[in-house]
Design a protein around this ligand. Structure first.
Ligand code: LLP
Length: 435
C-alpha cells in the first residue's frame, strides 16, 4: 500500500497505524484496508478514463462504508447479485450510477433492480431479455440495458477467471451470431432501451492486446448494428480485468497507458467506420482495491522438517484466502511485528484448516527466527479475499479495518461463533412453527 512503512523499531504501520496496535485492539486475522490507497487509485482511474464511465466491480470487495467511498469518489458501481444491490441500496447509492450484471439474475433480483431504478442492466440471455421486458412493463418504465457479448478473445489468465472465449456460460456469442440476434430482440422490446454493448474478457490480465482485440470486434458490431437497424448505440463497456502485482514477478499495466491506448483505438476505428464514438465504460475491481489491503495473521506454530520444508501456521487460511488453493495464486508475506533475524528461510505459510491444500502462500522468505506470536502480513489481499471468504470449519470471518491518517475503524466487524450458531434451526427457534 502507498502508506505502508517500517517504523524505527521494525514494526510495520499502515495508514499511520502500527500493526502491533491493530492486532492488540482488533485481533487477528484481520484485513487492514488503507483507505488512502483506494482513494488514490480511484482518482487515477477517473483521471485516466476521463469522459468515460468507471464502474467499480463490487464483487472484488463490498460493504456499506466502502460503497460510500465509491460514491464519494465519483465512481459508478457494478453489482452482480441482489445482495450486492442491497448493500448499494442500503447506503442510498445513486441508482443511475449502478450497473447490474449476472448470467442468471432471478426474477426477484430483476424486480428489485427495476424498482430501485438502476441505471443499466446488462442482459445476458434470451430468457432474461423477455423476463426483464416483463418486469419493466409491470413497473411501467423503460429500462436501459447493455447486451453482454463474448467477443471470442482468449485472455491469458487462469481458465477459471477467463470469460472472453466462446465456450462459457456468460453472454451472447459474437461469432455464433447470438449477439446480433440479442440486439434485435432487445430493440424489439418497447420496455427496454438498448444503450450499448458490454464485453469482459477476464481477470488479472497483464497484456493490452486482448482488450484491444475485444474493442476492435465490439466496434465492428456497433457498425453492423447501425447498418442493420439504423441505430448508433451510445455506450461501449469493455469490462474489468486489469491485473495487479501479487509478487515481484507480476508486472501490472499502467492504467493511464491502457486508457490512452483503448480510447485512441476506439476513436480511430470509429472514425474509419464513420461511427459516432461511443462513451466508454470500464469495470475495474481488483485494480482498484486489490493492493489496498494487507491481511494480518499471527503465527501459531512452526514445524521444521529438516531437508524438506518448514511450515509456518497462521490463525487464518483458506477461509480468508481461497485464491491460493483455487487458482494456485502466488503471494508474498513478511514478518511485520519486529525486525527479525537477517538469515532467511523459505517456508510454506499455511492456515489452520483441516486439509493440506490450506496454503496461504507458497515459498515465502521469512526470517530464520520466525516464531509463535509473530505477526505476518500478506499484501495485495483486498480483492476477492473478504468477498470470497467462507466459514469453513466454522471459522468466523475476519473483520475489515480501515486505516487512514493514523486512525483505525472497523468497517466490517469480526464474525463471532454466536453469529454462526444463530443460523442453526436446532434446537427449534421459538419463532419458527414446527407443527
Ligand atoms: N466486470 C465483470 C463483468 C466481471 O465479471 C468482473 C470479474 C469484473 C468486471 C472485475 O474484474 P477485475 O477488474 O476485478 O479483474 N475471483 C477471481 C476473479 C473473478 C473475477 C470475476 N469477474 C480471483 O480471485 O482472481
Amino acid at each position: 500500500p502507498l502508506t505502508a512503512r517500517l517504523e524505527a523499531d521494525g514494526v510495520m504501520s499502515v495508514g499511520g497505524v502500527r500493526v502491533d496496535a491493530l492486532a492488540a485492539e482488533f485481533g487477528t486475522p484481520a484485513f487492514v484496508l488503507d483507505e488512502a490507497d483506494f482513494r488514490a487509485r480511484a482518482t487515477a482511474w477517473r483521471q485516466a478514463f476521463a469522459d468515460c464511465d468507471v464502474y467499480y466491480a463490487g464483487k472484488a470487495f463490498l460493504c456499506r462504508a466502502f460503497a460510500r467511498w465509491v460514491d464519494e469518489e465519483g465512481l459508478r458501481l457494478d453489482v452482480c447479485t441482489g445482495g450486492e444491490l442491497a448493500v448499494a441500496r442500503s447506503v442510498g447509492f445513486p441508482a443511475e450510477r449502478l450497473l447490474f450484471h449476472g448470467n442468471n439474475k432471478s426474477l426477484g433480483e430483476l424486480r428489485a433492480a427495476v424498482e430501485y431504478r438502476v441505471g443499466r442492466i446488462v442482459v445476458d440471455s434470451f430468457v432474461e431479455i423477455e423476463r426483464l421486458a416483463a418486469v419493466a412493463a409491470a413497473a411501467g418504465i423503460r429500462q436501459r440495458v447493455l447486451v453482454r457479448v463474448t467477443p471470442g478473445v482468449e485472455a491469458h489468465t487462469h481458465s477459471y477467471i477467463s470469460t472472453g472465449q466462446e465456450d462459457q456460460k456468460f453472454g451472447f456469442s459474437l461469432a455464433g451470431g447470438a449477439a446480433a440476434r440479442a440486439v434485435a430482440a432487445v430493440l424489439a422490446e418497447s420496455g427496454l432501451e438498448l444503450v450499448g454493448l458490454h464485453a469482459h474478457i477476464g481477470s488479472q490480465i497483464f497484456d493490452t492486446a486482448g482488450f484491444g482485440l475485444a474493442a476492435h470486434r465490439m466496434v465492428g458490431l456497433l457498425a453492423r448494428i447501425r447498418d442493420e437497424h439504423g441505430v448508433e448505440l451510445p455506450e461501449l463497456d469493455l469490462g474489468g480485468g486489469l491485473g495487479i502485482a501479487y509478487t515481484s514477478e507480476d508486472a501490472p499495466l499502467d492504467v493511464e497507458e491502457v486508457a490512452e491506448r483503448l480510447i485512441a483505438l476506439v476513436g480511430k476505428e470509429c472514425a474509419a467506420l464513420g461511427l459516432t464514438v461511443p462513451r466508454l465504460g470500464v469495470e475495474p475491481g481488483r485494480a482498484l482495491v486489490g493492493s489496498s489491503t494487507v491481511t494480518l495473521y499471527e503465527v501459531g506454530t512452526v514445524k521444521e522438517l529438516p531437508g524438506l520444508r518448514t511450515y509456518v501456521s497462521v490463525d487464518g487460511g483458506m477461509s480468508d484466502n481461497i485464491r491460493t488453493a483455487l487458482y494456485d495464486a502466488r503471494y508474498t508475506a513478511r514478518l511485520v511485528s519486529r525486525p527479525g533475524a537477517a538469515t532467511t528461510q523459505v517456508v510454506t505459510l499455511v492456515g489452520r484448516h483441516c486439509e493440506s491444500g490450506d496454503v496461504v502462500a507458497h515459498d515465502v522468505p521469512l526470517p530464520g527466527d520466525v516464531r509463535p506470536g509473530d505477526l505476518v502480513a500478506v499484501p495485495a489481499s483486498g480483492a476477492y479475499h473478504r468477498s470470497m471468504a467462507s466459514n469453513y470449519n466454522h471459522v468466523p470471518r475476519p473483520p475489515v479495518i480501515a486505516v487512514r491518517d493514523g486512525t483505525a475503524r472497523v468497517i466490517v466487524r469480526r464474525e463471532t461463533e454466536d453469529d454462526l450458531l444463530r443460523l442453526d434451526a436446532d434446537p427449534p427457534d421459538p419463532a419458527v412453527s414446527v407443527t
